[in-house]
Design a protein around this ligand. Structure first.
Ligand SMILES: Cc1ncc(COP(=O)(O)O)c(C=O)c1O
Length: 393
């Protein structure tokens, strides 16, 4: 059967459908199968094989068929040279940090990130391995520049950031990192490759939690790192083969299946979240709304420049109300589910109270407690109506 030769000449939606898929040579099925084996047949004389290699097929922790197909699709969607998929978004973050950093190195890191990035860079690596880190407001280029030291090896940013939706300028920070001999890693989970592609903006590592938008159905965990081949090879051997963060073939298959509809889903998430943000900002009970698609958002101009697909499905907002009134609001919701995670088909909300350990790092309006809302794929009016009736109480 002819190879479809899917490459960057095709549009994003075409690549989402076809990249990584082929006709199965054995059965003629037009979908690649799930290969649930953990071992692969060895050659006649295996004694020369490198058991720690991620080249060729030996064992699923060294790289398996479904991982390879998913890597091909993600690499095409991001326009990156290479990709490694791992067991979770956190395995991908840890893979980058473990592969790049060593004792005595310094990292500059956004002050608003997913909690595990904070834990790894601000606590675990400094306490256990003598890696130093400085938290900065990465929306402020001068602050990033001032934080860089001669031993800064990596700048790690998240944009849009969890949970504040702060926007950092990828292109400007990449230039700053490279001028100082450092690398830039960007957690792209809130955007997905439909909305933003950091590799093209100069990032050395693009990190995705595949658990979120790329899978999109809330039923599998995975992570990916994209970048230049030599760097990704190092993550493959360090984080997958030796640290053991391999994704299961079934999860890789589920995520591959979910990723096919990424463009359709992201258009709906983007459009719906914009309308929900506009609705919320006009309600008297709402104290603030943070969404990069709102003209009043401090990162709107940078987001417009670097997020050509849209601004994503996640927003944050707070009420003119005390701690428990926020919990009561959530208990009145009939459609939106109170649960962590984001990028699922269903809308999800989580309350982060004024007692959250990192709230002192967030902008002032977040200090009194707030919600993170991931707007799902339901009819926009139904999501808005659910919020409306819960606001009225
Ligand atoms: C921005 C961001 N990065 C990374 C992660 C971690 O991903 P996972 O839960 O797949 O390990 C999350 C999870 O919420 C996230 O929001």
């Amino acid at each position: 059967m002819p190879h479809k030769n899917i490459d960057a000449a095709f549009g994003f939606a075409t690549r989402a459908v076809h990249a990584g898929n082929e006709i199965d040579a054995e059965t003629g099925a037009i979908r690649r199968p799930i290969t649930m084996a953990n071992s692969y047949a060895l050659p006649y004389d295996p004694s020369d094989l490198n058991w720690s290699s991620a080249e060729g097929q030996i064992y699923t922790r060294n790289g398996g068929a479904n991982q390879r197909y998913l890597q091909e699709k993600l690499q095409q969607l991001h326009g990156a040279e290479d990709c490694v998929v791992l067991a979770s978004g956190v395995a991908a973050l840890a893979g980058v940090f473990f592969a790049v950093l060593q004792a005595g190195d310094h990292v500059v890191v956004s002050d608003s990130t997913y909690i595990a990035a904070y834990r790894l860079l601000h606590e675990l690596l400094p306490q256990k391995y003598n890696v130093e880190s400085t938290l900065v407001d990465s929306t402020d280029l001068a602050a990033v520049k001032a934080a860089v030291r001669p031993n800064t090896k990596l700048i790690h940013i998240e944009t849009p950031a969890n949970p504040t939706l702060k926007i950092s300028d990828i292109q400007a920070i990449a230039a700053l990192a490279h001028a100082n001999g450092a690398l830039l890693s960007v957690d792209n989970t809130f955007a997905s490759p439909f909305n933003q592609r950091p590799t093209a903006l100069g990032a050395d590592f693009t990190i995705e939690s595949l658990t979120k938008y790329i899978n999109g159905h809330g039923d599998a965990m995975g992570g990916a790192v994209l970048g230049a081949k030599a760097r990704i090879d190092k993550i493959r051997s360090d984080a997958m083969v030796n640290l053991g963060g391999a994704i299961s073939p079934f999860n890789a298959w589920l995520i591959m299946r979910g990723a096919v509809t990424l463009p359709l889903r992201m258009r709906q998430h983007n459009g719906s979240a914009q309308k929900v943000a506009e609705f919320l900002q006009n309600q008297a009970q709402v104290r603030f709304v943070a969404y990069p698609g709102l003209a009043a958002h401090p990162g709107h101009a940078v987001a417009q420049k670097q997020m050509p697909g849209g601004y994503g499905g996640v927003l944050a907002f707070g009420l003119h109300a005390g701690h428990d009134a926020h919990n009561q609001f959530v208990s009145r919701l009939r459609l939106i589910t109170s649960a962590v995670s984001l990028g699922h088909d269903e809308s999800l909300i989580v309350f982060l109270g004024e007692n959250d350990e990192r709230q002192h790092l967030y902008p002032a309006e977040f200090h009194a407690g707030f919600f993170r809302l991931s707007v799902g794929l339901e009819d926009t009016e139904d999501v808005i109506n659910d919020l409306r009736q819960a606001l009225v109480g």
